[in-house]
Design a binder for this molecule. Structure first.
Ligand code: FAD
Ligand code: SF4
Length: 397
């Protein structure tokens, strides 16, 4: 007789059904599977439990009295790195794709959860469980839209996978960690990226149309450490737009409510995090959270140039000034925005201090958003580390 596991009794929601987290849903994909059974506990927006899950995953919560852990989460090591031979078409130098390929090639895992795009639309996410290096490579580059990566979880059990790598952003990983024990895996590896200011597909279109000179030819973009948005176009050309010139009044409603309520920018529950914001321009930023993360990074160490992380400047004043400016939707004329961009690039925060600048700006904005739109959630939903970070600033009512 075959036993029936409890989650099989739950039924996935139809794609059009309203999600349990309502407008705060980040479309992480959990509710597209029978693991919706666990949604009340697992959803990052219904039950914030980063501290508890950190303790389970890394065997300790972050030390709030250690300034680096307060900001960047539990970690053993941080560094700046770049591939000696970058992967063409990757978001940065392709460290994420390279680790995934190495893990598959060496038999550490049998499959990799990652996200490709649909044939029709380069920005429409299509999560898959990749079984070949080619499938992993086809998932390189950010899909800058909410992506239901966990929607493929039902396939794990059906296909009998026992060793799995999941690549994902914070809200996906939080839900994944909450159901990890139900997946029947021998080993789960989690490779995370930081994530902020994501949008749904319609929001992305609005962002591209208000910000880029040629929205239809954008292949990828990133908010970079030089305080500019860098758009890469189909013909290989790059377009840069200073942050301070963004039409904040028009863009205010563009970001998904989930991302306006998120305090897990640095992907606290991944084993290894690969981003860019704590590294010098052109380099990627790596946070090794635990031994599993170390094992993953070691696989590609000989393909990387590395250097220690650095930190320069002081972000505090820039953050404090940006709070009311964002709140009022102030947009500078382009000449002033460019000038400000040049000045701040010269004297502004660099390395880890830039990462703190970005975390502070987003956490203060998001704290205000939750306070105004979901006051009943504020106390439970905002983690203690975020309360301490926000507490350094004066906020408008
Ligand atoms: P690649 O080798 O190109 O691989 C990218 C991987 O990302 C692929 O495996 C793909 O499966 C996965 N992926 C793509 N889109 C999504 C998605 N929507 N959801 C989940 N997984 C996805 N880093 C920072 O330091 N600061 C930031 O503010 C920041 N914001 C980000 C916002 C978003 C929406 C995303 C997806 C990433 C963000 N990152 C940020 C991470 C950074 O942009 C790079 O993804 C990271 O440095 C890896 O680069 P790479 O060249 O090694 O990745
Ligand atoms: Fe479900 Fe994920 Fe949306 Fe929460 S964020 S309601 S778990 S799909």
């Amino acid at each position: 007789m075959t036993s029936v596991s409890p989650h099989k009794k739950a039924k996935a929601l139809k794609p059009t059904s309203r999600r349990p987290a309502k407008e705060l849903c980040s479309e992480c994909g959990l509710c597209d599977t029978y693991y919706i059974h666990y949604v009340k506990e697992a959803c990052a927006f219904l039950n914030q439990q980063i501290g508890e899950l950190e303790a389970e995953t890394h065997r300790r919560s972050r030390n709030l009295d250690n300034p680096d852990e307060l900001y960047f989460g539990v970690h053993q090591d941080m560094m700046a790195a770049r591939k000696q031979q970058p992967i063409e078409g990757a978001q940065w130098t392709g460290i994420v794709s390279s680790i995934a390929i190495e893990m598959l090639n060496r038999g550490l895992v049998e499959g990799v959860v990652c996200v490709q795009n649909t044939k029709e639309d380069r920005f429409q996410p299509m999560p898959i469980i990749a079984r070949t290096p080619e499938e992993i490579l086809a998932a390189r580059v950010n899909k800058p839209t909410l992506s239901p990566n966990l929607s493929v979880l039902e396939q794990i059990e059906k296909s009998g996978l026992k060793r799995l790598l999941v690549i994902g952003v914070g809200c996906q990983i939080q839900a994944l960690r909450a159901v990890e024990k139900q997946l029947g895996l021998e080993k789960l590896y989690v490779l995370g990226t930081p994530c902020v200011d994501n949008v749904n597909r319609a929001g992305l279109q609005k962002f591209l149309e208000t910000t880029s000179r040629s929205p239809d030819t954008v292949v990828h973009y990133e908010f970079m450490q030089d305080f500019r948005v860098h758009f890469k176009h189909e013909d290989g050309s790059t377009e840069t737009v200073p942050f301070f010139g963004l039409k904040t009044n028009k863009l205010k409603d563009v970001f998904a409510p989930s991302c306006m309520s998120c305090f897990d920018y640095v992907n606290s529950l991944a084993d290894l995090v690969v981003g860019y914001m704590g590294a010098p321009f052109g380099w990627q930023w790596i946070v090794v959270r635990n031994d599993t993360g170390r094992e993953m990074l070691d696989l590609v160490k000989d393909q990387l140039d590395t250097q220690p992380v650095m930190s320069k400047g002081n972000r505090k004043e820039a953050v404090q000034q940006s709070i009311p400016a964002y709140d009022k939707g102030v947009t500078l004329p382009m000449w002033a925005a460019k000038l400000m961009g040049v000045v701040i690039e010269k004297i502004g925060p660099k390395g880890l201090e830039y990462a703190r600048f970005s975390i502070d700006s987003h956490f203060t904005r998001n704290y205000l958003y939750v306070k105004r739109n979901h006051p009943e959630k504020l106390e439970e939903h905002v983690p203690e580390y975020a309360k301490r970070i926000v507490g350094q600033y004066e906020l408008p009512e």
